[in-house]
Design a protein around this ligand. Structure first.
Ligand code: IPE
Ligand code: IPE
Ligand code: MG
Length: 237
C-alpha cells in the first residue's frame, strides 16, 4: 500500500554507503560496487518520482573522499561523468531537475562540464529535484556560508544585527531547498560523516543494514512508511 500524501516526506536525503563492502563480499574490486551503486541510484530516483517526493539529496562524494586511493577517486569521477551523460535523457523523460551542492570547482574539468550541461538541460523540469552532493562537506559548507555572510555585511547589504537562522540558511549551498524531512543511511553505520550538518537538525533518521547497491524501491517505501509513523515534535510537547 502506498503511504498517504500527508505522511510522504517532501525532502529525502540519503547517505549512499556500502558500495565497497558490497564488492568485497563478492570478491570484486571496489569500483564494481560503485557501478552497482549507480544502478541503485536510478531505481531510487524512480521510486521518489512514484512517491511524489519533491527533493532527493544524494551524498555521492564527500570532501573527505578525496583521501581515498587515486585510482578509486579517478574511477569514481569517470563513473560520475558517464552516469550524467547517459542518464540525462532519462532525467528529461522523467521530468527530474538536476542540481548539485558542494565545492564543485574541485571536480575534474570534464566532470564539471558534464554536470553543468545536465543541470542546464534539466533546468525546466518541475518534477523531482535531484540534488547531488559532490565534494561536499558540512563543515566546509558552514565556513563558506560564514564567508558569504561576511561579504554581504562588508558590502553593506545586511547589518550584522540582522543575522538569524533564516538568514544564515540563505547563505548555504542548500538555500533553494527545504531541510530534509527524512535521512536514510545504508550499510548500518550510525554517523553523519559530515553530511548536511546544519540542515539535519530536526530530520528523522532511518538506518538500514542493507548495502547501497542492494537498496531497492521497496526499501525506500519501507523508510517512507516508517517516517509516516514518526511523531515530530521539534522540541515542543
Ligand atoms: C559509498 O560507498 C560511496 C562513496 C563514499 C563514494 P563506500 O565506498 O564508502 O563503501 P564502503 O563503506 O567502503 O563499503
Ligand atoms: C559517506 O560515506 C560519504 C558518501 C556516502 C559519499 P563514507 O564511507 O565516506 O563515510 P565514513 O568514512 O564511513 O564515515
Ligand atoms: Mg563507506
Amino acid at each position: 500500500m502506498a503511504p498517504s500524501a500527508k505522511s510522504v516526506p517532501q525532502h529525502v536525503a540519503i547517505i549512499m554507503d556500502g558500495n565497497g563492502r558490497w564488492a568485497k563480499s563478492r570478491g570484486l574490486p571496489r569500483i564494481k560496487g560503485h557501478e552497482a551503486g549507480a544502478k541503485a541510484v536510478r531505481e531510487c530516483v524512480e521510486g521518489c518520482g512514484d512517491l511524489k517526493i519533491e527533493y532527493l539529496t544524494l551524498y555521492a562524494f564527500s570532501a573527505e573522499n578525496w583521501q581515498r586511493p587515486k585510482s578509486e577517486v579517478f574511477a569514481l569521477m569517470r563513473l560520475l561523468e558517464k552516469f550524467l551523460k547517459e542518464k540525462t535523457p532519462e532525467l528529461l523523460e522523467k521530468n527530474v531537475r538536476l542540481q548539485a551542492i558542494g565545492r564543485l570547482t574541485n571536480l575534474p574539468e570534464a566532470c564539471q562540464k558534464q554536470l553543468h550541461k545536465s543541470i542546464e538541460a534539466t533546468a525546466g523540469n518541475n518534477g523531482l529535484t535531484l540534488i547531488l552532493a559532490l565534494s561536499y562537506g558540512g563543515r566546509l559548507e558552514i565556513i563558506d556560508g560564514i564567508k558569504s555572510l561576511l561579504r554581504a555585511v562588508e558590502l553593506g547589504h545586511i547589518d550584522k544585527a540582522m543575522i538569524d537562522v533564516e538568514m544564515f540558511s540563505k547563505h548555504l549551498y542548500t538555500r533553494y531547498y527545504p531541510d530534509p524531512d527524512l535521512l536514510i543511511r545504508t550499510s548500518g553505520e550510525m554517523r553523519l560523516s559530515n553530511f548536511l550538518l546544519w540542515q539535519l537538525s530536526y530530520t528523522e533518521m532511518f538506518v538500514t543494514p542493507k548495502l547501497w547497491p542492494d537498496f531497492t524501491k521497496k526499501d525506500l517505501l519501507a523508510a517512507v512508511e516508517e517516517f509516516g509513523r514518526r511523531q515530530r515534535r521539534y522540541g515542543a510537547v
